[in-house]
Design a protein. Structure first.
Length: 100
């Protein structure tokens, strides 16, 4: 938790520092949109991966506690994993739209 807190504090400080690097006129040639979209997809993929892991762990625990509810838990797990995966796909689509 402490590492996560330090990471978010660093990101917030960096977001306030962005205007300090603003340039007048033509940019130096760095494509910030491409760099930031890569970071956005990495964050989305990490979040989806964590969500899928937690969902699978909870489903496995639920089946272990009540094996007779396996079918209902499996259906709910598959639907939940589809929703989680769609978040990563939506992020990828937004990145493609933003790049054009």
């Amino acid at each position: 938790m402490r590492t996560l807190s330090k990471m978010f504090m660093t990101l917030s400080v960096l977001s306030f520092a962005v205007p300090a690097f603003a340039q007048g006129g033509e940019a130096a040639g760095t494509n910030w949109v491409a760099a930031l979209t890569g970071i956005a997809m990495a964050i989305a993929a990490a979040g989806c991966g964590l969500g899928q892991g937690r969902a699978a762990a909870a489903a496995t625990e639920g089946i272990a506690r009540n094996p007779s509810a396996k079918a209902a838990i499996q259906v709910a797990l598959i639907i939940g994993l589809a929703f989680i995966e769609s978040l990563a796909i939506y992020t990828l689509l937004v990145i493609f739209v933003k790049m054009k």
